[in-house]
Design a protein around this ligand. Sequence first.
Ligand code: F3S
Length: 398
Amino acid sequence: MYLTQKEERMLNGKEGYAVRKSMEILVALGNIFGAKKLIRVGSVQVAGVSYHNLGDAGLEFLNELARDGKVRVLTTLNPAGMDLEDWRKLGIDEEFAKKQNLVIDSFKKMGIIISCTCTPYLIGNLPRYGEHIAWSESSAVTFANSVIGAMTNREGGPSALAAAFVGKTPFYGLHLEENRVPDTQVNVKTKLKKLSDWGALGYSIGKKVENKIPYITGIRDANLGELKTFCASLATYGSKPLFYIKGITPGSEKHRPPREKITIHDKDIKEAYENINDDVEVIDFVCIGCPHSSIEEISEIAELLKNRTISPTTEFWVATSRTMKQLADKRSYTETIEKAGGKFACDTCMAVAPLKGRFRSVATTSAKGCYYSRHNNMKTKLGSLEECVEAAVRGKWS
Ligand code: F3S
């Protein structure tokens, strides 16, 4: 891979330890994937923030980099393993909180914004169309590539950090126009009636197209909540982190529908629900906000919980960014949700918090949330916001 003189200096350690390590990572990646050079990135989103996933080895790696590492571009963080301000309320133990705070201290030292969200585009890390970026979390990467039209590979935690310290990433994969051409046309011949149907659609398309880029036809409209849910599900269940929806997402007008074609019928959506849902009635955990809730979603939750009380046997979380929660505070949504017995889980989420063994079953609007909850040994129910709120109030799925 071609390196400029400045990049050579960085690789030789002339700009410190963190930059040298970062260049080693970027050059190794570039060589593996045949990149000809490094390109500048406009922003970085770093995943691998939860101590639950990092462990002591990860913490040590971050501490080493934080000795002299400073980010050169706007860099935000994915969710951590706990609410950074109110972790006790979520049942997090002291020892975990101590370690998680050490992780966050390292990121702070590096100059990273402690945003702790998988929807950075809702709180100020919003790239422009065609901008090269280096993001890591799969739903955010898919949203950035497909809904915004920015260009990013799905970075791992270390390669995203490396891009932040150098301000560049290897020029390969989805940074190249020729690798962004759709492979399969997906004709959607079913009506999507509720938010969770978009998760079921993502499941179905992801499984059918596997590692390809779908060009989706047959969808007339989609709002922000539906698109972010779809992004999370599609990337979890199989497709590349890029899709086009004809007439809705940018770039769809540039491409012709591919010849290879599949169709999604009612039965495919039904099958997706059958595969995602378990046979369970009692629900002891309900989590909304995967990806992190927008202010619009929080307002809908507040409206549904007005004058209602969540079952004492059920824990109800609204996962979101702290910035979004502050907005919810101002608009009294927080008061309504907390009065009903709900909790805000800021900075964290159902996949990265240490939840194994705490709950037996979860109801959620997110197909991705179901996937990760099964890894935490929970039985899962995917449903609309109304169905999930109802499950929280009744303590069971009906
Ligand atoms: Fe975000 Fe966590 Fe879901 S990172 S997409 S809320 S699994």
